[in-house]
Write a protein that binds this ligand. Structure first.
Ligand SMILES: *[C@@H]1O[C@H](CO)[C@@H](O)[C@H](O)[C@H]1NC(C)=O
Ligand SMILES: *[C@@H]1O[C@H](CO)[C@@H](O)[C@H](O)[C@H]1NC(C)=O
Ligand SMILES: *[C@@H]1O[C@H](CO)[C@@H](O)[C@H](O)[C@H]1NC(C)=O
Ligand SMILES: *[C@@H]1O[C@H](CO)[C@@H](O)[C@H](O)[C@H]1NC(C)=O
Length: 474
């Protein structure tokens, strides 16, 4: 009897230390790094992986890959140039970095440039560059002869985000036409100011575009045709996948419990309370204001109908008083006016979403207008078996199965009361809520894992290589 117990305690301690390290390194170190408004639709992510790296804890990602046949294996001898518009902890660059590592694992030669390179090297760019160098990614200057030679020699050039298009004319100049046939353009955004010829005039002539959701792809097709009078190249939709690091936490019940208790304690909520959360940078586009209206409505409904439900709380993860002062003030004023300050919790922007996903019961994805390009937080939440209450827009509609893994409501004011009702539904029907969470998890395992993303990307890369090879022979 004594043995298993003795074995279990150190294991538990090790894990406990691990997750405390993650939480601490995130709240004390990473919070200072986060940039203001980041360009892509998806908010900063993957901080957990970064935090674990910083703490120099063992990694497993690279070790077990040999077992399954790697779909990217054919990239082994290829030279790939990656062009990023920035080196930061925001969604776009982190995704490109994930791809860089997937390619390194199969033995591709990977060269990374950042254009425009920011003048100051801060601690973030320094640590990200080192992370890449450690994994064998070459980081070179975005200007000068070396990068031009690399672009000409490369089997494949991947431009990340629309903005990265500026690099072509600025650096390659008269060589642009030689490089275009081997460019794959990965696009993660759909806000108006990206539809500029300055960025995307070469788009029709590249080998292909890769976009995170069908809705976003269709929107790009419409906008480039109607506004810019240009035509999209061959376009591939590639849904994103959850990183291995996130899945490791999501599937570790001890870790989840430790994180859940820690975060709930820090928020001052009890273990039986019901937490609805939005995890997105606070801005009108992400719909935190309407979410709070819905939350208030749901409390009224519960009172009016005298429903017996646990104490409900709303959590807004992604606050940044400095960046969105007016909107943030508006949210806090609303909370004070309605007298719900003991039930609404604001949490500063953070890269470590895993602790919050472990702590909450329902994710609300309330992005307005055209919604999310994809919305990585949605699949991340589903991996923690959380049901999702989402707007019926953008990528969310391609992830959430209405009625099965969550419930959808319309964008705008007309969605407010529906979201409120859906919140009450999940509060009163515990069994339904848990089943939805499980269904969501199954859906993630079926199609939103890192290896699914790698498989989808592999198909695209194969076609693009084939096309550029055909081009260079003709
Ligand atoms: C694109 O345009 C078509 C009609 O031209 C329209 O039906 C569709 O809703 C538009 N899609 C998006 C995502 O804007
Ligand atoms: C959250 O950010 C604000 C400023 O943006 C800062 O004053 C406050 O101390 C931060 N809170 C925590 C818990 O870090
Ligand atoms: C979602 O499903 C509910 C029924 O479960 C239905 O009333 C609602 O109209 C659906 N919404 C969308 C956007 O499909
Ligand atoms: C490459 O393209 C050619 C011509 O379109 C086709 O016959 C061939 O099967 C393709 N190869 C691969 C690997 O996709």
């Amino acid at each position: 009897m004594a043995k298993p117990a003795a074995g279990w305690i150190p294991l538990f301690k090790k894990r406990f230390v691990l997750f405390v390290v993650v939480i601490l390194s995130v709240s004390t170190v990473f919070v200072c790094f986060i940039r203001g408004a980041s360009a892509p639709c998806d908010p900063p992510r993957n901080g957990l992986a970064a935090a674990v790296d910083r703490a120099k804890l063992p990694r497993h990602s690279d070790v077990d890959v040999g077992a399954r046949k790697n779909p990217l294996g054919f990239m082994r001898t290829k030279l790939v140039l990656l062009v990023s518009h920035e080196l930061s902890l925001s969604g776009g660059p982190l995704l490109l970095m994930e791809l860089a590592f997937l390619l390194r694992i199969v033995g591709s030669r990977v060269v990374w440039i950042t254009y425009p390179k920011s003048e100051e090297t801060n601690e973030v760019t320094y640590s990200l560059e080192h992370k890449m160098l450690n994994r064998g990614v070459q980081v070179i200057s975005a200007k000068g002869q070396e990068v031009i030679d690399t672009a000409l020699k490369a089997d494949l050039v991947i431009l990340n985000t629309a903005v990265a298009g500026k690099w072509l004319d600025a650096v390659l100049k008269e060589r642009v036409p030689q490089v275009l046939p081997k460019i794959l353009w990965w696009i993660h955004e759909m806000r108006g100011h990206y539809f500029k010829l300055e960025y995307v005039k070469h788009l029709p002539f590249v080998a292909g575009a890769m976009i995170d959701s069908h809705t976003t792809a269709e929107y790009w097709k419409n906008r480039t045709r109607d506004r810019l009078k240009i035509q999209m190249p061959e376009t591939y939709v590639v849904h994103l996948g959850n990183s291995k690091e996130l899945m490791e936490v999501a599937e570790d019940s001890v870790a989840r419990r430790v994180l859940r208790e820690h975060i709930r304690e820090s928020l001052g909520v009890r273990s039986g309370d019901l937490l609805f959360a939005i995890i997105n940078s606070v801005s009108r586009g992400k719909g935190q204001d309407l979410f709070l209206h819905s939350f208030h409505e749901s409390l009224k409904l519960i009172q009016e109908q005298k429903l017996q439900v646990p104490s409900m709380h709303a959590v807004i993860v992604g606050s940044d008083m400095n960046a969105q002062t007016k909107f943030e003030t508006e949210l806090r004023d609303f909370v004070l006016k309605r007298g719900i300050q003991d039930r609404v919790h604001f949490v500063n922007k953070t890269l470590a979403v895993a602790p919050y996903l472990a702590a909450i019961d329902v994710l609300v994805q309330n992005s307005q207008a055209r919604g999310e390009c994809f919305g990585r937080i949605t699949i991340e939440a589903m991996s923690f078996k959380l049901p999702v209450l989402g707007t019926s827009a953008g990528g969310t509609t391609e992830i959430v199965v209405n009625g099965s893994t969550g419930l959808l409501h319309p964008v705008g004011k007309e969605g407010v009361i529906l979201l409120a009702k859906n919140m009450v539904k999940l509060a009163t029907h515990v069994e339904r809520r848990l089943t939805m969470g499980k269904k969501g998890y199954e859906r993630v395992k079926e199609r939103f894992m890192e290896h699914h993303m790698a498989e989808r990307i592999a198909l695209v890369l194969k076609e693009v290589l084939n096309k550029s090879a055909a081009h260079s022979h003709s």
